[in-house]
Design a protein around this ligand. Structure first.
Ligand SMILES: CC(=O)SCCNC(=O)CCNC(=O)[C@H](O)C(C)(C)COP(=O)(O)OP(=O)(O)OC[C@H]1O[C@@H](n2cnc3c(N)ncnc32)[C@H](O)[C@@H]1OP(=O)(O)O
Length: 409
C-alpha cells in the first residue's frame, strides 16, 4: 500500500474494497452529479480494481479519488503493450488546489511503473490538468454530425455484409468476442478489459436506451458495430427524438464502416446522427452525395502518458530517416530521463549528444504520430541542438493512418 505525506497534510494510499462506493460518489459529486443508486452501484463496483484506486485522505476522510483499469495500447507497427486507463478522478471542492490530485497522480504513476504498464491513458475533462503529470495529446479525433435527411451514400460506395440489431442479452458476449480481432488494425486502439466493458457497456445498457447494430461479414462473423442511443427516449413526441448519438463505432475495414454509416443515415425519424470520437480519416464527406450534410469538430482524444519510455520506444517501428538522438526529461519517473538513439532499426540508449530535447509529455505527442516534431519545435516545445534532426524525426515517427483510440471511458 502506497502511503505518502505531502506538506498539505494529505495522505495518499489505495482505497479499501469497502470504501470504493464512497470513492465513486466522491467522483460523481466532483462532477456535480448525484451519488449512485444501490442498483447502479451493483453494476459499477465491478468497474473498480481496488488496488488500482488511489485516494487522498485528510485523516480518515477521503477527499480525492483516482482509479485505473488494466488495458493495452496498439503502437505503430502493430505491437500491443500493457497500459492502464485512468478514470473517475475527482477532488472534493472544499479540498481543491491543495495538492490532492498531485499526490494521487504520483502514487498512481509509481504503481503503474511497478506493475509494468508501459502507458497510462485518459480522457481529460479540462486540457489544463494533466500535462504537468507527463500526459500529452496522443490522438486527435472528430465528432461528426450528419443531417440524415440530406445524407445518401453515393452509388459507388461499396457495401457488403449485413447489419442486424442485437438483442440486449446478445450485446456483451458478441462484442467482447469480436473486439480483440480489431486491435491490430490501427495504431492507438485500446484493449478493453472486464472493467472497461462494465463502465462503458453494462452501465449504459442499464441507464440508457442503448442499441447495438452489428455488421456481419459474408462468412457470418461480426466485424464491426455501432452502439447508439436516441436523444430523447422518454419523450412521447416522436418528433422530439431528433438525434441519435453514436458512442461506439468499430469496423474491421472501410467496407464495414461504409455499411454501418449507410445503416445509420438510413434510420427513420432522425434529424442528425452524431458520431462521437471518429478517426480523423473517416471519409464520410466523400461518401455522401451531399458532402455539406456533414459538420464536424475535432478535439483531443487520448491523453497519453508514457510510463516506460525505453519499452515504448523499443516496441514501435520507425520510418526511413537518419538516426536521431533524443533527450527525454521526466521529473516524475526519473528512470525515463535519458538519451535515446532512434533509427529505422529501432531504439537504443546512448550517451551521445542529443539533437532534440523534450519533456516526456511532448514525446507522448509525437509517439503515435499525432504531432510532428518540426511543429512542436517551432512553438518552443522541443529544444533543438541540430535542426537537421527535425525532418528526420518527422519521418521516423510518422504513421500511416492516423492513430485513433475509439474507446470512451
Ligand atoms: C480522467 C478523468 O477522470 S478527468 C475528470 C477530472 N475531474 C474533474 O474534472 C472533476 C472536477 N475537478 C476536480 O475534481 C479537481 O479540480 C481536479 C481533480 C481537476 C484537480 O484536483 P486538485 O486537487 O485541485 O489539483 P492539485 O491541487 O493537485 O493541482 C495541481 C496543479 O494543477 C492545477 N490545476 C489542477 N486542476 C486544474 C484545473 N481544473 N484548472 C486549472 N488548473 C488546475 C493547480 O492549480 C495546481 O497548479 P500549481 O501546482 O501550479 O499550483
Amino acid at each position: 500500500m502506497t502511503q505518502t505525506l505531502l506538506p498539505t497534510g494529505l495522505m495518499f494510499r489505495s482505497v479499501a474494497e469497502d470504501r470504493l462506493r464512497g470513492a465513486h460518489d466522491l467522483f460523481l459529486t466532483a462532477l456535480h452529479a448525484k451519488p449512485a443508486s444501490d442498483e447502479l452501484w451493483d453494476v459499477m463496483r465491478d468497474a473498480y480494481v481496488a488496488d488500482r484506486t488511489f485516494g487522498a485522505f485528510d485523516g480518515e476522510r477521503q477527499v480525492g479519488t483516482a482509479t485505473s483499469f488494466p488495458a493495452s495500447l496498439t503502437v505503430p507497427g502493430g505491437a500491443i503493450l500493457p497500459a492502464a486507463g485512468v478514470t473517475y478522478v475527482g477532488v472534493r471542492s472544499d479540498y481543491r488546489r491543495r495538492g490532492a490530485l498531485t499526490g494521487m497522480m504520483r502514487a498512481q504513476l509509481e504503481d503503474m511503473a511497478a506493475r509494468g504498464d508501459a502507458f497510462s491513458m485518459l480522457h481529460a475533462s479540462e486540457p489544463v490538468i494533466y500535462g504537468r503529470f507527463g500526459y500529452g495529446v496522443g490522438t486527435v479525433t472528430r465528432d461528426i454530425r450528419v443531417r440524415s435527411k440530406r445524407a445518401r451514400l453515393r452509388a459507388e460506395v461499396p457495401v457488403t455484409g449485413t447489419v442486424r440489431l442485437l438483442d440486449g442479452d446478445e450485446v456483451l458476449p458478441a462484442l467482447r468476442a469480436a473486439y480483440p480481432a480489431l486491435l491490430p488494425t490501427r495504431t492507438g486502439l485500446m484493449g478493453r478489459s472486464d472493467e472497461w466493458w462494465v463502465l462503458s457497456y453494462t452501465r449504459r445498457l442499464k441507464t440508457d436506451h442503448l442499441l447495438v447494430a452489428a455488421h456481419y461479414s459474408p462468412s457470418g462473423d461480426i466485424d464491426g458495430w455501432v452502439a447508439y442511443k436516441p436523444a430523447e427516449p422518454e419523450s412521447r413526441d416522436i418528433r422530439a427524438r431528433g438525434n441519435l448519438y453514436v458512442l461506439d463505432f468499430q469496423a474491421a475495414d472501410q467496407h464495414v464502416a461504409n455499411a454501418l454509416w449507410g445503416y445509420l443515415v438510413g434510420i427513420d425519424l432522425i434529424d442528425e446522427v452524431v458520431a462521437y470520437v471518429r478517426p480523423m480519416d473517416d471519409p464520410i464527406e466523400a461518401m455522401l452525395e451531399d458532402a455539406y450534410a456533414v459538420r464536424d469538430e475535432s478535439e483531443a482524444e487520448l491523453w497519453l502518458r508514457i510510463v516506460d519510455v525505453p519499452a515504448a520506444l523499443a516496441a514501435r517501428t520507425y520510418g526511413i530517416a537518419e538516426p536521431v538522438v533524443i533527450e527525454v526529461v521526466d521529473p516524475l519517473l526519473p528512470g525515463n530521463s535519458g538519451r535515446y538513439r532512434v533509427s529505422p532499426q529501432g531504439m537504443e540508449r546512448t550517451t551521445g549528444a542529443p539533437a532534440l530535447t523534450m519533456d516526456v509529455e511532448v514525446l507522448a505527442m509525437i509517439y503515435l504520430g499525432a504531432w510532428r516534431s518540426t511543429v512542436l519545435a517551432d512553438i518552443g516545445r522541443i529544444t533543438v541542438a541540430d535542426p537537421a534532426a527535425l525532418p528526420a524525426a518527422d519521418r521516423l515517427f510518422a504513421v500511416g493512418r492516423p492513430a485513433w483510440n475509439g474507446s470512451l471511458f
